[in-house]
Design a protein around this ligand. Structure first.
Ligand code: SF4
Length: 195
C-alpha cells in the first residue's frame, strides 16, 4: 500500500499566518488506500476546477447580530457590489449557505443558536469573524459577551475594525476566495475540531 505524502504545506500556497505553525493531520486510511490514484486519473485538475467554482460562488447565510451587520448589509448595495465576487446570494436557510459572517458581538445567550446555524450548514463551509466584537469581544469585556466567536466555531478569516467598513469585509471575502481557490482546507479541518 503506497504511503501518500502531503504534496503541499500551507506555506507552499504563499500564506503566512499563525496556522502555518500547526502540524497538519496525517493522511487518513482512505487516502492511504487510494495511494497515488488521484494523480494517475488527473483528479487534481478536477479538484482545482471545483475549488475555482466554489471560490467564486460563496453563498453567505443571512445572519446579523449588531452594528457590524449594517456594514455587512451594505456590501450588496450598488456602491460596493459584492456580486462582482459571486457572494451576493445571501441565503435564508443555513442548509443553502456555505459562509457564516459573524457580524457583531455574540451574547452568551446567542452562542447556542449561532452554533446550531453553523452545524446546519453543509460542508465545506467557512466562517468570517467580522469586527472587534466577533473576533475578541471588543470593548465588551464583560460577563454577557462571548470573548471571541472562535471559542464556539472555527474561524477562517478575521476582519478587524469597529465597525469594519464594507470595503474591509469585501477584502475578507476576497482573502477567503484566495484560500478556497488555492485549495487551503477550511478552518475546521486545519484546526482538527468538530465541524
Ligand atoms: S465591532 Fe463595533 S460596530 Fe461591530 S458589533 Fe462591535 S461595537 Fe458594534
Amino acid at each position: 500500500m503506497a504511503e501518500v505524502e502531503r504534496k503541499k504545506r500551507l506555506a507552499d500556497y504563499g500564506l503566512h499566518s499563525e496556522r502555518l505553525l500547526m502540524r497538519r493531520k496525517e493522511p487518513g486510511v482512505f487516502e492511504r488506500e487510494l495511494g497515488d490514484l488521484e494523480d494517475k486519473l488527473m483528479l487534481t485538475t478536477v479538484e482545482k476546477a471545483v475549488a475555482w467554482a466554489q471560490g467564486h460562488s460563496i453563498w453567505p447565510d443571512t445572519f446579523g447580530l449588531a452594528c457590524c451587520a449594517m456594514e455587512m448589509i451594505a456590501i450588496v448595495s450598488s456602491r460596493y457590489d459584492v456580486a462582482r465576487f459571486g457572494a451576493e446570494v445571501f441565503r435564508s436557510s443555513p442548509r443553502q449557505a456555505d459562509l457564516l459572517i459573524v457580524s457583531g458581538r455574540v451574547a452568551h445567550k446567542m452562542a447556542k443558536p449561532l452554533r446550531q446555524i453553523y452545524d446546519q450548514m453543509l460542508e465545506p463551509k467557512w466562517v468570517i469573524a467580522m469586527g472587534a466584537c466577533a473576533s475578541s469581544g471588543g470593548m465588551f469585556a464583560n460577563y454577557a459577551i462571548l470573548q471571541g466567536v472562535d471559542k464556539i466555531v472555527p474561524v477562517d478569516v478575521h476582519v478587524p475594525g469597529c465597525p469594519p467598513r464594507p470595503e474591509a469585509l469585501l477584502e475578507g471575502i476576497v482573502r477567503l476566495q484566495e484560500k478556497v481557490i488555492a485549495g487551503v482546507p477550511p478552518a475546521y479541518e486545519i484546526r482538527d475540531v468538530a465541524s
